[in-house]
Design a binder for this molecule. Sequence first.
Ligand code: HMG
Ligand code: MG
Length: 298
Amino acid sequence: RLPNYVQIKEVAPRDGLQNEKKFISTADKVAWINMLSETGVSEIEYSSFVNPKWIPALKDAKEVGKQIKRNPDVMYSALVPNMKGLEFALEAGIDGANVFMSASESHNKKNINKSIADTYPVLDEVINEAKQEGKRVTGYVSTVFDCPYEGKIDPEDVIRVCEKLFASGVDDISLGDTIGSAVPTQVEQLLSPLLSRYPSEKLILHFHDTRGMAIANIMTSMHYGIHRFDSSVGGLGGCPYAPGAAGNVATNDVLYLLDGLGIETGMNEKRIQEASLFIQKKLGKLLPSRSLAYFANA
Ligand code: HMG
Ligand code: MG
């Protein structure tokens, strides 16, 4: 049985832009996020408060946070790696802090320069402080299916990280197919044990679409009762510390699917297409979304 309603978090201003070589000006980011704010989406991850040396494309996170026009119906969140990031994020204004780590040791090390064991105390402090400030906290877990360095990841490794993060106080967890490699059977093998531990509203699926499997994986996730997904307009995105990873599943394609299935999202597909065309023009390259290409050529 499919859900009646699906909640989308738009991650393009963070996951989408973090890997782009071309720097999008602060004014253009702000104009674009303001467009996204009028699409009916319930949450936008507007930037990332990581070390700007690691992710130069988002070095203006603070300015972006201060300048965007906040729609009261939208939740604005940002990626936060540590206390310094949280301090900047609180100054810029966030409704939610998104902490992150990996289920695989080597991706965790490459991405955040720490072992998994050393990451917990850092995130613990961030989660505690963010909760004290009244913020929603999401924990991203990366490489939940495959790791670019280690190959297949055991669902037990993912469960262990999820247990730790929930024990530390995250409100929900976003499970990342970081390199976009999973097929539906892998989704089933992970969701089965996770959903026997946690209610479906606590879990979000975050698919990258490197091999074109994301829509099939979303369909499978929905059959398991998942009704929250991360996606990115135009299919922008990728992780610079996961070689070969392409963009997130395109919001455009997810909306086409959900609309066709009669599943509500509260979102306006045309406005999503327009926001995609805006950033496509600024980046000066075609974005991978198939339904965007169809819209643009129609
Ligand atoms: P580090 O170098 O180990 O940090 O980096 P450190 O604590 O040793 O500090 C070193 C320097 O960085 C110091 O400056 C700090 O002040 C500075 P210095 O004294 O040398 O001048 N620093 C900061 N500056 C600004 N903001 C901060 C900050 N923290 C330290 N927040 C760190 C550790 C985690 C910061 C670094 O490894 C980092 O920034 N990593 C981010 C990598 C990243 O953004 N990856 C992509 C996002 S994750 C992703 O895409 C996956 C996801 O989409 C889900 C999925 O698809 O699976 C979420
Ligand atoms: Mg990602």
